[in-house]
Ligand binder design. Sequence first.
Ligand code: M6R
Length: 613
Amino acid sequence: MCGIVGYIGNKQAYPILINGLKRLEYRGYDSAGVAIYSDDLYIYKRKGKVQELIDYAKGKNIKGTIGIGHTRWATHGKPDNVNAHPHVSGNGRLTLIHNGIIENYALLKEALKKEGHVFESETDTEVLVHFIEEIQKRDNLKLEEAVRIALSKVVGAYAIVVMDKQDPDKLVAARKASPLVIGIGEDEFFVASDPTPIAEYTQKVVFLNDEEIAMVNRNGDLQIKTIEDEIQTPFIQEVDLKIEELEKGDYEHFMLKEIYEQPQTVADCMRGRINSKEGWIKVGGVDTTRDRIFNAKRFIIAACGTSWHAGLIGEYLFEELARISVEVEYASELRYRNPIINSDDVVIALSQSGETADTLAALELAKEKGALCYGIVNNVGSSIARLTHAGSYIHAGPEIGVASTKAFTGQVTLLSMMAIHLGYERGTIPRSYYLQLLEELENIPNKIESLLKSTKKQIEFIAGEIKDADNALYLGRGYNFPIALEGALKLKEISYIHAEGYPAAEMKHGPIALIDENMPVICIATNKSAYEKIVSNIQEVKARKGMVIAIVKEGDTVISKIADYTIEIPDTDEPLTPLLSVVPLQLLSYHIALMRGCNVDQPRNLAKSVTVE
Ligand code: M6R
């Protein structure tokens, strides 16, 4: 939440900051702002998207080779020009951008007011920059020292970049529980919330750790120290980010591009990890922690949102194939309820961004309690990836649309590989079934490809039929129950239609009261087991005049006779069904949102990466 970017070097800062903010806009789009220093400090900030800022800054002085920029997801204070970042200290000397929440800001603000500080905005960030100023002034300290002392008294989460107009050859950046990465170019440095604004200039980066402060100087110096004042050696890594991955290309939206990338991203997730002909499966992180994973008493999967839905599929997979008992937890609940976690448990954190605050906190708790912590993450070098004992990347590439699509199928692919691997090694599935599942998993990318082609027109048509609904119900059983939840989440987050996902049999225990001719009911009915049961559920909806849209497997002749519309998808083994059945639901939501004139990639009130709790 909130994107931050900074630059110091020989190039003009403004275009770099603006490009960076565009790349980071997925993190928040309530307001955008930049501060640039040349002969003086120039600050431009505007409510709304980065484009508003660009229009506002047109014709103004945007020269300068040092600057900072921010795109906001509002926490403290409404989205407006005054609350937009950067914020300035009372004496006009310091400017600061911030991602996170300063929890003790009210106390600090009261104390600062007594010292004569006057505040313009409602933000916690403005308090922080005044606090740094106060410390700097009192003891005539260098910026980095004032920042260090201030942060040691702050409670909360932050990634900040600070600029001092009396020392315009330096930026000071720091983080705690919000991500921050330093890019190292030729005689230049970049600072950003993630590597996407940096990748087109340099692939050399340092991911800051919690409670570290970085000083980047125009003379090429990079220094990192902890908040306790201990010097750290920067760990420089190469990121492998291609610019095409960060662009929409020929697609109208990132979400559509990401849906269509799934044949490739699922294949990328499996690359080098399975081979059905040779009969092997290798998941690096599992092999390095083999004893603890194979002998685990229990898996606990912690995640939020779409990743939590992938976790539910993990529960079905691990329990059915590997006979390991699994609990799936909302990370936000797990962290606050003193859970029973033992040293023979494995806690799996699922996260696209690897930065979700609640998932990170749940992991920290699990680590304290001695569990093995395993991360399944998309973003390379992210906080979760670094906090866990072991883990696996899903290799889906940058996911920029706020609605998660390819990361979900990547997570489910990875969980499927782990479950098949564990099941075979633990002797809970026979070799013949193991080989069949491997082969079938390898076929999934082609099957996604073919369903994307075969269902396109029909999904657009159905979207037109239900686009004006106020509510929708999604029903599924077994492996398709989490898909019902995911389908409903996709619809509500981008089209603002209220939608609920339910286990199909639960419908009779309440939601059936809602069904009438205005209620589209999307039934995910590709199951082989309990097929008759879901047919009965569909009959029950029809008997109450509900409109049924059924996702069925190819050649289904029963449901197509009862449902109003059917979408056929290729057949596969039941545990792998979610990898196919979710795709038409992603597309359906996309087209409905488009027809309703919604901003598909940047839905209202949401941000891609939820780094505050
Ligand atoms: O980055 P994470 O996977 O940890 O994010 C978790 C959720 O915030 C995320 O899945 C969210 O629900 C998406 N908007 C869903 O499309």
